[in-house]
Ligand binder design. Structure first.
Ligand SMILES: [Zn+2]
Ligand SMILES: [Zn+2]
Length: 248
């Protein structure tokens, strides 16, 4: 049955750059035989292969053009085009206009390996039994958060954002909210990112069943991060861990 399972697997959860043995932002979203990669930051293609063969990915969804969110796309394209892929199969990639421009600068012609679908605030798509919807966040470049619904299960990924984004714009009540928590409390408001306390406040606002903090910047102490989120949000709080599975 659609929605029996919606699993979110962390391929990398480092913000801005990856720490030792880490990888930048990248996640697998799987349900009912459908596999989507959500962001593909540096280091995530290596970790992806622990979970799924690259040729089995049904679609790639990229939140924005910052390099910690998409830089392994050219390598995935090369892997599929020259080594692992089937020549007749093109991989759909959903991303912003700015990300497309950079991807074409690096890769050149995307066809025949990749087929680009430009997304923006308000876009939606259906992939297998998954309904995908995007909303624009509060970030210096065009960035889209992603909500995935699979039957009764749902997942919301903030991408990168400041406190000006309204997570409820994609619907209230979400099963698992994966939210960035880049900032130390003392840095709140200085750049368009969130502290863990601000992520907790957004989780409470959207009525999330559970909060997973991600986009953790190497060197920032995670203990106070968890405590900051828990002070603002009464539900369960987890820190994303590379390789970790979370059932929405
Ligand atoms: Zn980022
Ligand atoms: Zn960013």
């Amino acid at each position: 049955m659609i929605g029996d399972d919606l699993v979110f697997t962390v391929l990398g959860c480092s913000g801005t750059f990856a720490g030792p043995d880490g990888a930048c932002s990248g996640y697998l979203v799987r349900s009912d035989g459908v596999t989507i990669v959500c962001d593909l930051g540096a280091g995530t293609l290596a970790n992806l292969q622990r979970h799924v063969a690259p040729a089995e990915v049904d679609a790639v969804v990229l939140s924005h053009e910052h390099p910690d969110h998409w830089l392994d796309l050219p390598l995935l394209r090369n892997a599929l085009r020259y080594v692992l892929g089937a020549p007749e199969r093109a991989l759909p990639v959903y991303g912003t206009e700015g990300t497309l421009a950079l991807a074409e600068d690096v890769i050149g012609e995307l066809a025949p390996t990749l087929v680009w679908h430009t997304i923006a605030d308000g876009s939606s798509a259906t992939i297998g039994g998954l309904r995908l919807r995007w909303s624009g966040t509060d970030h210096p470049v065009e960035t889209v958060a992603l909500r995935v619904d699979a039957g009764p299960r749902s997942l919301l990924y903030s991408a990168d954002t400041g406190a000006g984004w309204a997570p409820g714009s994609l619907g209230a009540g979400v099963g698992t909210f994966v939210c960035e928590a880049s900032l130390r409390p003392e840095d709140e408001g200085q750049v368009q990112h969130l502290s863990a306390a601000q992520a907790g406040a957004l989780a409470a606002e959207v009525g999330a069943g559970r909060l997973v903090l991600t986009h953790l910047v190497p060197g920032v102490d995670v203990g106070p991060q968890r405590a900051g989120a828990a002070a603002a949000y009464a539900g369960p709080v987890d820190l994303a861990v590379t390789g970790g599975d979370y059932r929405a």
